[in-house]
Design a protein around this ligand. Structure first.
Ligand code: KG4
Length: 334
C-alpha cells in the first residue's frame, strides 16, 4: 500500500494532495487572489505566492490525510508545462523533501494529470472510462483531443492552432469588461441569454484541430458596430452575447470530438481541465453521449481546475512501474 504526496504549482494555485493507492485522502488548494486586479496571472507574483503557500499547504495535506511524513512512499510533482518560476517552487520543494525522507521522486506532466483525474477513486461507485477513450482537454492554455490507450500511452490527435478555449473565454470576458478569469462569469450570464442572438464566426480547420481566435475578433467587430448605434448595447445584451459566444465555442469543441470518436470508434468520451467546469459544455457532452450511446466522463468540480489530486493519481501510475525521477530533472515550460 503506497502513500504518495503530490505537489502542483504550475500556474496560480498551490496545491498538495495525499493519495493512498488510487484513493484521495486530501487535496488542499490555495488559490492566489492577487492576480484578479491585473486581469491575468502575473508570473513573478505567482512564484512568490507559491513560496509563501507551499509549506502550510503541504503540511495541511499530510495532516488531513491522517498520516505523518514518515509514512510517505514517494513524492510526485508537476514538472511542466507551466510558468517556470511557479514550477520551480514545487520542483525544488519536492526534491528537498524527498531527499530528506530518502524516498523516490516522481515527475508528472500536468496535461496527462488532467486526463488521469478520471481514475481517482472517490467512492465505491466511481466508474472509470474504458481504454481506448477520447479526452477533450480544455484549459486556459490548452485545447487538445487526446486518444488515451492506457495511463502510459496518450496521443494528441487534435489541438488548437491559436487560442485555447479557456483563453477565448477570458479574452471575450475582458472585451465585455467582466472580471478575470472570465469563464465562470460567461457561463453564469449565458444561462439567461439566447444562444442564437449573435452570429459568431465558426472556423473551418482540417482534421481534429481547432482555431478560436476568430471568436474574439467576431465579438470585437459586432460590438463596435452595435455600439455606434446604441451606446448601451453591451449592458442591454450581455446575457445574449455570453450565450452566443459560449454556444459557438462549445459547438466547435464538440463537433471535432464527435468526428474523432466516430472515426476512431471509441465508446467513451471524457472532458478535463478548467473549462470542463462549464455547465453548457457538460450538458451538451451528455447529449452527445446519449445520441451515440457513448459513455460520458465528467470530472468532479474539484478536479477540473489545477489541483494536486490529479498529480497524485498520475504519480501513482508511475509508482506502480517504479518510474522514478532523478534529482537532475527540472521544470519545463512547454
Ligand atoms: O485548467 P485551468 O484551471 O488552468 C490552466 O489553464 O492550467 O483552467 C483555467 C481556465 C480559465 O481560462 C477559466 O476561465 C476557465 O478555465 N474556466 C471556465 C469555467 N471555469 C473555469 N471556462 C468556462 N466555464 C467555466 N465554468
Amino acid at each position: 500500500m503506497a502513500y504518495i504526496l503530490a505537489i502542483e504549482s504550475s500556474c496560480d494555485d498551490t496545491s498538495a494532495s495525499v493519495i493512498n493507492d488510487n484513493r484521495i485522502l486530501s487535496n488542499i488548494i490555495a488559490s492566489q487572489k492577487i492576480h484578479q486586479k491585473y486581469g491575468g496571472v502575473v508570473p513573478e507574483l505567482a512564484s512568490r505566492a507559491h513560496q509563501q503557500n507551499i509549506i502550510p499547504v503541504v503540511d495541511t495535506a499530510i495532516k488531513e490525510a491522517g498520516i505523518t511524513k514518515q509514512d510517505l512512499s514517494a513524492i510526485a510533482f508537476t514538472r511542466g508545462p507551466g510558468l517556470l518560476g511557479s514550477l520551480l517552487v514545487g520542483v525544488s520543494f519536492a526534491k528537498s523533501l524527498a531527499m530528506s525522507l530518502n524516498i523516490p521522486l516522481i515527475d508528472v506532466n500536468h496535461l496527462e494529470a488532467h486526463v488521469l483525474a478520471h481514475f481517482i477513486k472517490d467512492s465505491s461507485e466511481t466508474k472509470f472510462p474504458e481504454f481506448p477513450f477520447l479526452c477533450l482537454l480544455v484549459s486556459g492554455g490548452n485545447t487538445q483531443i487526446i486518444l488515451v490507450r492506457s495511463p502510459y500511452d496518450m496521443e494528441i490527435i487534435g489541438k488548437t492552432i491559436d487560442d485555447a478555449a479557456g483563453e477565448t473565454y477570458d479574452k471575450v470576458a475582458k472585451i465585455l469588461s467582466l472580471p478575470y478569469p472570465g469563464g465562470p462569469h460567461i457561463d453564469r450570464l449565458a444561462k439567461e441569454g439566447n444562444i442564437n442572438a449573435l452570429k459568431i464566426a465558426e472556423s473551418h480547420i482540417p482534421n481534429y484541430d481547432y482555431s478560436f481566435s476568430g471568436v474574439k475578433t467576431s465579438i470585437l467587430y459586432t460590438l463596435r458596430d452595435h455600439l455606434k448605434e446604441n451606446p448601451n448595447y453591451l449592458e442591454e445584451n450581455l446575457n445574449d452575447i455570453c450565450a452566443s459566444v459560449q454556444h459557438r465555442v462549445v459547438s466547435m469543441l464538440l463537433k471535432k470530438l464527435e468526428k474523432a470518436a466516430k472515426d476512431l470508434k471509441v465508446k467513451d468520451i471524457a472532458i478535463a481541465g478548467g473549462v470542463s467546469a462549464n455547465s453548457y459544455l457538460r450538458e451538451k457532452l451528455i447529449e452527445l453521449g446519449n445520441k451515440h450511446h457513448w459513455g460520458v466522463f465528467i470530472p468532479p468540480f474539484q478536479y477540473t481546475t489545477d489541483n494536486a489530486a490529479m498529480v497524485a493519481i498520475a504519480g501513482y501510475y508511475k509508482f506502480l512501474k517504479k518510474d522514478f525521477a532523478s534529482l537532475d530533472k527540472t521544470a519545463y515550460t512547454r
